[in-house]
Design a protein. Structure first.
Length: 318
């Protein structure tokens, strides 16, 4: 299994007003790695991906397994990824699993066993008087992981979700024509299923959005300039210095919050938890109820992120 970096590039998105003249939040995004849904033994280094959804339309389930196989291979997490192109109709008995694993020369099988797409559509008038046409697809899929020599699946992975599309026009027909075609909808759904099932098997990247407190003048504004120039350590020093020097409870809360974001970005989660706890305390003292709630929610996220990093260490163990 191959090691990967936990963090990727940062994208600056600009500033949003918070509702007071003394502070704004600057929003940015960065990519972080999150663990697979399942932690597999290191011995399972080669996976075979098969299409065993005989009750679904062949093109849909086939496309989903192709996307899944490609995404799993691109992650470079397993030593080998093999896709069986033809649909498997026979029951997945222990003997059949053994035969397929031997044929593909893999340690285990990831089998898409069912895929159901239910399309519903509706049309209505909006408050502005135009027509809205809506198409939504209910997705229900099931994948099993099979180990040779076992009578029952090692794991069952369900996927249930809904994808929506909207079209607008001066009349119902025009609104309907703005929707994707059935073929385009089916393609997007099967791509989605394949991508989601790949994410269940391998650690993968996701984009997170964070807000930093800044102000119109002083150290927080200078720190925002540093971040814009990707000089995070300089920004950190300004937040720490301002936190020590200021007598403002709210400004202390802002600095502590920004320091929590910094340490999360550096994957130093314990320090991030320490600083967001301090921030929440100061927001509570300043009677900033909404900010206190936001800090509390961020604390929960960081606690969950700590668990994710522990899982990532396990999943990348040699």
């Amino acid at each position: 299994m191959k090691k990967s970096f936990i963090l990727s590039g940062v994208v600056w998105l600009g500033a949003l007003m918070l509702g007071t003249s003394c502070s704004t939040t600057s929003v940015f995004t960065y990519d972080c790695m999150v663990p697979a849904d399942i932690t597999l033994p290191v011995e399972l280094a080669c996976v075979g991906i098969i299409n065993h959804a005989p009750d679904s339309l062949y093109d849909l389930s086939s496309r989903a397994t192709q996307v899944m196989a490609q995404d799993v291979a691109d992650a470079q997490y397993f030593n080998d990824v093999h896709l069986l192109d033809s649909v498997i109709v026979a029951p997945m008995t222990s003997q059949h699993v053994d035969d397929l694993a031997r044929f593909l020369e893999v340690d285990f099988l990831a089998s898409l066993d069912s895929l159901e797409l239910t399309l519903l559509s509706s049309a209505s008038r909006t408050k502005e008087g135009e027509y809205e046409s809506k198409a939504h697809v209910n997705i229900l899929a099931k994948m099993h992981l099979y180990l040779p020599g076992r009578d029952a699946p090692m794991a069952t992975m369900l996927l249930q979700d809904t994808l929506n599309w909207y079209g607008y026009g001066v009349d119902e027909r025009e609104a309907h024509d703005k929707l994707p075609t059935l073929g385009e909808i089916a393609l997007e759904c099967t791509n989605y299923v394949g991508e989601k099932y790949a994410d269940k098997l391998v650690p993968h990247w996701t984009t997170v959005t964070r807000a930093l407190f800044v102000s119109e003048a002083g150290e927080l504004k200078e720190a925002a300039v540093n971040i814009h120039d990707d000089q995070w350590d300089k920004a950190k020093a300004k937040w720490e210095d301002t936190y020590k020097k200021t007598n403002s409870t709210k400004l202390k809360a802002y600095c502590a919050y920004d320091l929590a974001v910094y340490y999360e970005k550096e994957s130093e989660i314990d320090k991030a938890i320490e600083w967001i706890t301090i921030s929440a305390k100061h927001f509570k003292e300043a009677k900033s109820h909404k900010a206190t709630e936001d800090a509390a929610a961020y604390l929960v996220f960081l606690q969950n992120r700590k668990k994710e990093l522990t899982l990532l260490d396990l999943q990348f163990a040699e």
